[in-house]
Design a protein around this ligand. Structure first.
Ligand code: ADP
Length: 258
């Protein structure tokens, strides 16, 4: 709990700082973007075309980065609503498949009936996309990414400090490069990244972590170097009254690794 408190205070401080910098930086980018448009209008000769194009690509990358930073810093209030995770994933499947550009096969295993959860659907989609993009980045030479949903019964402290109860578990597994123990323990820190400058912001998992905590859930990272990664999100299931339909989780190993 202390770690969670530290994490959220750190997030807040970093968020404020980042928001200011990203905002100013965005203004500078607009000046460059407008300048480039003017250059194009005046006509760019063949000799300079590739230079102009590379500047435009860099500006686009910069704009993506500042957008991510602003989203992170804004920490928008969540629209927590009763939702079914399988329904969200199904309605989002086409986008997921389009995002999956590499030589990676993406499998969805949305088994059986899931109880509803309280979640901001748009934020959940963003979180899932984050996990899938990370999984892709970790499998540059191809491999598989499995997205699986199920209901699990957790005992107290099985996952982080979650209370005992029924949870909807969403697991994204990949067959990629995996993480060392040090990377596993730092992966949700804001700005922690092992990716090259311009590629990673180190904000993906910290955003997912913050959002899932706010939704009264938790995430678990299970990974070793060369062994791929399995990131699981746990969200408290609503409707204990329909507990009868719950398929009690058989593969407990996936929820006991911390
Ligand atoms: P970013 O993707 O911008 O680096 P994240 O917060 O999403 O930021 O991830 C932090 C770090 O965690 C990554 O740089 C990477 O080292 C590690 N990581 C995250 N997901 C995976 C994965 N599926 N496989 C291997 N490493 C991962």
């Amino acid at each position: 709990a202390q770690n969670a408190l530290f994490q959220s205070q750190k997030l807040e401080a970093i968020g404020k700082l980042t928001g200011g910098v990203a905002h100013d930086f965005n203004n500078l980018l607009s000046v460059i973007t407008n300048g480039m448009a003017l250059l194009r209008m005046n006509g760019v000769d063949q000799q300079n075309l590739s230079i102009v194009e590379s500047i435009e690509r860099a500006v686009t990358r910069g704009a993506t980065l500042t957008r991510e930073l602003l989203t992170f810093a804004r920490q928008q209030p969540l629209k927590q609503e009763r939702n079914n995770i399988n329904a969200i994933i199904r309605s989002f499947e086409a986008v997921l498949r389009r995002a999956n550009t590499g030589a990676v096969s993406l499998n969805l295993d949305l088994g059986g009936h899931l109880p509803d959860v309280m979640i901001d659907a748009a934020q959940f989609e963003a979180a899932l996309l984050n996990l899938i993009v990370n999984a892709q980045d970790a499998t540059p030479d191809g491999g598989t990414i499995d997205v699986r949903t199920r209901v699990v019964a957790l005992d107290v402290n099985d996952v982080g400090t979650l209370p005992a109860g029924r949870y909807v578990a969403i697991t994204v597994s990949d067959t990629g490069v995996g993480m060392s123990p040090d990377v596993v323990s730092r992966a949700t820190e804001p700005f922690f990244t092992t990716k090259e400058i311009g590629k990673g912001t180190g904000l993906g998992l910290s955003q997912v972590y913050g959002f899932i905590q706010q939704s009264r859930g938790d995430i678990n990272i299970d990974s070793a170097l060369g062994k791929g990664a399995r990131i699981s999100i746990y969200l408290p299931a609503l409707d204990d009254a329909i507990a009868a339909v719950v398929n009690k989780d058989k593969d407990r190993e996936s929820v006991l690794v911390v």
